[in-house]
Design a protein around this ligand. Structure first.
Ligand code: ADP
Ligand code: MG
Length: 633
């Protein structure tokens, strides 16, 4: 029994997307064609894959292709494919009622400061709706492969809130999307225009995109021999799987165009690597580094990782970014085509497949090679890439112990010997200019560049001209938990443990500690249980005090962040280090009144806490104390 005709409302979020699409996306309107052709190509991919197990799905027209045509009189542009098609339920779920997670992210991105460009729409998995950028009515006719002709579905909408569904008889499987163009979109009723868009955006779609033969030809370079499918149609695109061609036959522009279609990106890729492995196991990889982060990555989206496609013997099997690459390389886009995996492979099977493990290992190696090469040969591009993906890459220090050293080599930091806040100093740079005898890579972590660069803990390092890496990205502290050494040098936080003192320094330090022992005891007494310990610092030259951390202790700014995020962080009492040379300490020493001395000692502790990004336990008391001292001084 066929379902009756009905009218339904779009789900609220879908309606919002449609509103945005029709009212806000004015630039690059032509992107609709890429998105609809991309959907048609996906549909052909799906059918080709499913027909391996079910050859009868290809009954009728066995050729998979996409047709683009237009009708000047009716003012329509039509995109038809002979792919998998949709059932009535599919239509409702895919292009009507049910908002995908991408819908929400798209809305968030569009309402953020950074206005989404029309060209981004495909990245959110809402590309279909780009049809409404140029059309004020869209009709979809579709029949699922394997369904009877009378089980066709007609979907129709003006994109304003409702759509209609109707059962129709369709002689052929697949999907036809008819765009009723808006009054001022006549430019898309032009064959030359449409053809040039196909060439620009969809040349490397692996299925023939056919256009009516009387469409005027572009000036040159057309291959006449391909126009043999049907007398009135001719193929307008290259229609081959790019990665199967020999590298020598692929131009940079070909690679870039393929990347853009694959990643729904409009920026060039930063770099790519294309390899064929022959042997007991043969496979091809074509992997790209984007130059800009996709919105998804910027917004922390991890759930839907698209962009790395697994093919088996040229047949698209699935988006398999999670199976083919570790999380920290989730920005990579590309294609893996394996010759030896079984075509009926499932996602579950892939997770425990030894062949796939080998391919995955090869992908990781290729990508790390590629980033290294970029860093070496194209520093400007690398800087841009690192700005976009450096923090993602850092996750690999924790996640991928086997490649830790290789990943660490790629990291860049600000430094006391670098230029301001710019993160350009590599660990190799640091090690390269270490003076003889230094065996430690020193770093400091803080909330921001200023807090790091201005930290009192750096004073002794500055005085001794020892370079310190300034780390102030939130992920750094977590990453450093897994990065204890590099190139045989241990990595240490300047706030922790022993300082690099020579024998003379040590003697001086011991002397200073003995001389200041009574002062230390007094301050301990005055501060009571607000501190774990008080000691004379070797870290300070100018400041009166700073906090020191035990090796296992978390930096105070991080502890604060984690607590704010609702995590349980064990309390630990701070260790206060003092500089007995400082006038403030001398004042405490000579202050006979215990109440006044307590105020001074407490402020000594509180300023160290503030500099370290720790929260003040009682800000009001701090302010009163400060005022007492200011007035009473
Ligand atoms: P995405 O392609 O990223 O999934 P779209 O908004 O472009 O997002 O398409 C939404 C869904 O609609 C697709 O995932 C697919 O299930 C369905 N769809 C769209 N166009 C077609 C088509 N030509 N044939 C079959 N299904 C389609
Ligand atoms: Mg799509």
């Amino acid at each position: 029994m066929t379902a009756p005709a009905e009218t339904r409302k779009f789900e609220a979020e879908v309606a919002q997307v449609l509103h945005l699409v029709t009212h806000s996306l004015y630039s690059h309107k032509e992107i609709f064609l890429r998105e609809l052709i991309s959907n048609a190509s996906d549909a052909c991919d799906k059918l080709r894959f499913e027909s391996i197990a079910n050859p009868e799905l290809l009954a009728g027209e066995s050729e998979l292709h996409i047709d683009v045509s237009w009708d000047k009189a009716a003012r329509t542009v039509t995109i038809r494919d002979t792919g998998i098609g949709m059932s009535r339920d599919d239509v409702v779920a895919n292009i009507g009622t049910i908002a995908s997670s991408g819908t929400r992210r798209f809305l968030e991105a569009m309402s953020g400061e950074q206005k989404a460009d029309a060209r981004l729409i495909g990245q959110f998995g809402v590309g279909f709706y780009s049809a409404f950028v140029v059309a004020d009515r869209v009709t979809v006719l579709t029949r699922h492969a394997g369904a009877a002709p009378e089980d066709g579905v007609k979907w129709d909408s003006d994109g304003r809130g409702e759509y209609s569904l109707e059962a129709v008889t369709l002689p052929e499987r697949g999907t036809t999307v008819i765009l009723h163009l808006k009054a001022d979109e006549d430019e898309f009723l032009d064959g030359w225009k449409l053809r040039s868009l196909v060439t620009k955006y969809s040349d490397h779609v692996a299925f023939p995109i056919r256009m009516p033969k009387d469409a005027p030809m572009p000036a040159e370079g057309e291959d006449e021999t391909k126009a043999d499918a049907a007398p009135e149609w001719e193929t307008a695109n290259d229609a081959s799987a790019l990665w199967t061609k020999p590298k020598s036959e692929i131009s940079d522009a070909d690679y870039q165009n393929f990347y853009k279609a694959l990643g729904h990106d409009f920026n060039d890729a930063a770099a790519w690597t294309h390899n064929r492995v022959e042997g007991s196991q043969s496979f091809t990889t074509l992997l790209y580094l984007p130059s800009q982060p996709p919105f998804d990555l910027m917004m922390g989206g991890r759930d839907e990782r698209k962009g790395l496609k697994l093919y088996i013997k040229r047949v698209f099997v699935m988006d398999a970014a999670e199976e083919l690459l570790p999380n920290y390389l989730r920005f990579v886009r590309g294609v893996v085509d394996a010759d030896d995996l079984p075509l009926n492979v499932s996602r579950e099977l892939l997770q425990h497949n030894r062949q796939l493990d080998r391919i995955k290992g090869a992908c990781v190696k290729r990508v790390l090679d590629l980033i290294e090469k970029l860093a070496r040969d194209e520093p400007e591009k690398f800087t841009a890439f690192y700005k976009a993906f450096g923090n993602t890459l850092k996750e690999g220090i924790v996640e991928d112990a086997g490649n830790r050293e290789r990943i660490a080599k790629l990291l860049r930091f600000a430094s006391t010997k670098g230029e301001g806040a710019s993160q350009t100093v590599s660990l190799d740079d640091y090690v390269g200019r270490m003076p003889v005898g230094q065996d430690t890579i020193w770093y400091i972590t803080a909330d921001g560049h200023k807090a790091a660069a201005g930290s009192p803990q750096l004073e002794a390092f500055r005085a001794k001209d020892i370079e310190v890496l300034l780390m102030f990205d939130r992920i750094d502290e977590w990453m450093l938990g897994s990065l204890h050494e590099y190139a045989g040098k241990s990595m240490k936080n300047v706030a922790k443990g022993e300082l690099p003192l020579d024998e003379a320094d040590k003697a001086k330090q011991a002397e200073a500690a003995t001389a200041a022992a009574p002062l230390v005891e007094r301050i301990k007494g005055l501060l009571g249980d607000r501190v774990g310990d008080v000691r004379v610092s070797a870290r300070l030259t100018d400041s009166p005090s700073c906090l020191a951390l035990a090796d296992y202790e978390m930096a105070p700014h991080l502890a604060r962040l984690l607590r704010e995020a609702g995590q349980d962080v064990p309390e630990s009492k701070p260790t206060l280090e003092i500089n007995p040379q400082h006038a403030l300490l001398q004042r405490i020493e000579s202050e006979a009144d215990d109440a006044k001395a307590t105020d001074l000692a407490t402020l000594l502790l509180e300023q160290a806490e503030i500099a370290a990004g720790a929260p003040l336990p009682d800000p009001a008391a701090f302010v009163q104390r400060m005022n007492r001292v200011l007035l009473g001084g």
